[in-house]
Design a protein around this ligand. Structure first.
Ligand SMILES: Nc1ncnc2c1ncn2[C@@H]1O[C@H](COP(=O)(O)OP(=O)(O)OP(=O)(O)O)[C@@H](O)[C@H]1O
Length: 244
């Protein structure tokens, strides 16, 4: 379980997080939805221990991500918004590097890497350098890096931004499979369709706070709207920064 408790973070006069509180249960996909600048990335970076909050806590199975970021990170896979691949390394080397970073010895890292390459149908490209990889192939490398240590929690920052239809489908299928295996998944988005298609729970954030929370159905009921898109607009008070 990921628990975010009363997180506050300011950058100068900007209150990026303003008492943000929510949790992501195991075996569920939680969508963090909000307009541009709502605080989504700041929240995810804090959970991953990359950013120190001013006050509040992010707990990963009870481990405080700010006090013990390394222990917290072992439990989390992260799929970043930009895939920073090492162009001169092969797909296998890139994934193996992450396995080693997570503390596996070389034998275990090689086995875990092979397993994830097979799972993501990447064996054919495993020993090619990243230079020249298509966008979908790059995405698969980033995904393989995120899950090679079999994390119980997966965090994705706007996962389908810039992905083509095929890559988006591969990603969605994998997220559903991981959910069925009990992984808690948290992703940020401002794309309505993605959230509606995948999420068990939606946390709508605006100005660093939770504006509403519930299943897509509950959010519709809460606002008296039949379409999710209209419900979001009503909750946030504007359609700025939200994509259909
Ligand atoms: N390092 C930083 N320095 C100064 N301000 C920052 C910094 N990081 C974030 N902010 C500000 O904090 C607010 C929240 O930013 P954040 O990136 O978390 O929003 P977001 O919801 O992820 O937005 P988007 O959907 O546009 O990516 C914004 O006003 C942003 O300009």
């Amino acid at each position: 379980m990921i628990e975010v408790k009363e997180l506050r973070k300011s950058f100068g006069d900007v209150h990026a997080l303003d008492g943000l509180t929510f949790s992501c249960p195991a075996g569920q996909i939680t969508g963090l939805l909000g307009p541009n600048g709502a605080g989504k990335t700041t929240c995810l970076r804090t959970i991953y221990g990359l950013l120190q909050a001013d006050t509040g806590a992010a707990l990963i199975d009870g481990i405080d991500a700010q006090q013990d970021p390394l222990a917290a990170r072992k439990k989390i896979g992260i799929f970043p918004d930009k895939f920073g691949l090492y162009e001169r390394l092969t797909a296998r080397e890139q994934v193996m590097y992450f396995a080693r970073l997570h503390g596996m010895d070389s034998t275990r890292a090689a086995a875990a890497t092979q397993q994830v390459l097979e799972r993501l149908d990447m064996v054919a490209i495993a020993d090619r350098r990243a230079t020249g990889f298509s966008q979908g192939q790059r995405m698969k490398v980033a995904l393989a890096q995120a899950i090679v240590h079999q994390p119980k929690h997966l965090i994705l920052d706007e996962p389908s931004r810039g992905l083509d239809v095929m890559s988006t489908r591969i990603l969605r299928d994998l997220l559903r499979e991981l959910r069925s295996q009990g992984t808690s998944i948290l992703f940020s988005s401002h794309v309505m369709q993605e959230v509606a298609a995948l999420c068990d729970q939606v946390v709508v954030i605006a100005k660093g706070k939770v504006a509403a929370q519930g299943t897509p159905q509950e959010l519709c009921e809460l606002t008296g709207e039949s379409a999710l898109e209209e419900a979001f607009v009503k909750i946030i008070g504007t359609d700025e920064g939200i994509a259909a």
